[in-house]
Design a protein around this ligand. Structure first.
Ligand code: NAD
Length: 416
């Protein structure tokens, strides 16, 4: 696939570099570079005005060597085949890195969800699910929430799939409401995993977490949970930003008030006791940690040099371009890469799926304990490889993920 998409180019560049380090055989390399299956669908729905609109939807399964594929569904105007393919590839490496029995997938619909009513979003979700129904299933491909999708979206997907099967199939999606077979701790899983990674990075660099000055871009599922957790651990959340702009208070933002404001107003705009800043300014602030937890391509060659934080923990997928990565490495920034930093989501999704297919549900305490164990042990594996090979954490994480898939492909051989 020839691409104009930065994320897709980035994913391929990262793969090629790591495949060369690992000396992966050419045939296997070629297979791993290309998605296994891609589906483009038209999603026609009746809008509230009575008019019919047709949206473009996608589902890409990048790889299924280690098990069914797994990956989120995003609703965003930028969604296209290349973006979804890149994110599906990242999911393959992420699942392998975390030792999950999954391959990677991703899906999405090109739309502006913030301009759509609940009714329109429900019709869009149900029709999109119907269009990709042959591809998904608890043993085949298991969607989850991503940008601008949530537990309600997953409930509609699960219901639509179940109606077509004639029986209830909770394991077809993860990130569902608790009542429908969701897991305790799933809604917080990604953000909590991000905060564990901030804590581990701080342990390596500073030995002390209290008072750490943190700036977070994105106040959705990932960013808001990370903000709350880190505030509770005694960190100073000095800046936050979302699509409506940013807020800065060098003395620290009162996070319970911030959560209340977001609940009432959805966006940050209008938050009191803060200086208004732009998203661009957030990345240049005098602080210790930056958590990009919104969209891709936020730290680029244009602003990487201005980053003052010594730690970057990538809550979002692909927030740093390869050029910026190089600049941050030269500045000795401790960067915890996306496939590790935001893997708490897929980890608790895996726990949810296991509970669903066994119809046996675990306590929140068990889930938090297991999540912490998986995140910390993976962090330590990545850090050890990075130190041993003298490579950055992203390369080390990719080496572990990509290496595992290449090894599995070698063992399985090439069919027929
Ligand atoms: P979300 O829809 O819940 O929240 C997105 C946030 O980003 C919102 O606060 C929104 O205002 C902000 N945002 C959107 N566009 C922006 C822009 N142009 N500038 C600044 N802010 C902007 O999404 P989420 O689930 O929190 O996902 C955020 C990121 O984390 C995405 O990259 C996603 O792929 C990644 N991720 C999410 C999960 C998960 O479990 N939800 C898991 C792994 C990775």
């Amino acid at each position: 696939m020839k691409s104009n998409n930065v994320l897709y180019e980035t994913a391929l560049k990262q793969f090629d570099a790591v495949a060369a380090i690992l000396n992966i055989e050419d045939g296997i390399r070629e297979r791993m570079r290309n998605p296994k299956r891609s589906l483009i669908v038209s999603v026609p729905i009746k809008m509230d005005t009575g008019k019919t609109r047709v949206f473009k939807g996608y589902r890409v399964q990048h790889d299924i060597t280690l098990g069914p594929s797994k990956g989120g569904i995003r609703y965003h105007p930028n969604v296209d085949l290349e973006e979804v393919s890149a994110l599906a590839m990242l999911m393959t490496w992420k699942c392998a890195l975390m030792h999950m029995p999954y391959g990677g997938a991703k899906g999405g619909v090109q739309c502006s969800p913030e301009e759509m009513s609940q009714g329109e979003l429900e019709r869009l979700t149900r029709r999109y699910t119907t269009e990709i129904v042959q591809m998904i299933g608890p043993d085949k491909d298991i969607p989850a929430p991503d940008l601008y999708t949530n537990s309600q979206t997953m409930a509609w997907m699960m219901d639509t799939y179940s109606m077509q099967q004639g029986n209830t199939v909770p394991g077809v999606v993860t990130g569902k409401p608790l009542l429908l077979g969701g897991s305790l701790g799933r809604a917080e899983g990604t953000g909590r995993g991000v905060s564990y990674m901030v804590m581990e990075a701080a342990r390596v660099l500073y030995k002390e977490l209290r008072g750490l000055r943190i700036a977070i871009q994105g106040m959705g599922n990932v960013g808001s949970v990370a903000a709350r957790d880190l505030y509770e651990q005694g960190c100073n959340i000095v800046a936050v930003a979302d699509v409506s702009g940013g807020a800065y208070n060098p003395k620290g933002i009162l996070v319970p008030y911030l959560m209340h404001h977001l609940k009432e107003h959805k966006h940050l705009a209008g938050l009191r006791d803060v200086d208004v800043i732009t998203n661009e300014e957030l990345f240049e602030l005098d602080c210790d940690v930056i958590v990009p937890a919104a969209i891709e391509g936020q730290i680029t060659e244009k602003n990487a040099d201005k980053v003052k934080a010594k730690i970057v923990v990538e809550g979002a997928n692909g927030p740093t371009t390869p050029e910026a990565d190089k600049i941050l490495q030269d500045k000795k920034v401790f960067l915890v890469p996306d496939i590790l930093a935001n893997a708490g989501g897929v980890t608790v999704s895996y726990f949810e799926w296991v509970q669903d297919i066994q119809y046996y549900f675990w306590s929140e305490e068990d889930i938090q304990k297991k999540l912490k164990e998986v995140m910390l042990s993976t962090f330590n594996r990545v850090l050890a490889l990075s130190n041993k090979q003298g490579v950055d954490l992203r390369t080390a994480a990719l080496m572990l993920g990509i290496g595992r898939v290449a090894e599995a492909k070698t063992l399985r051989g090439l069919y027929p």
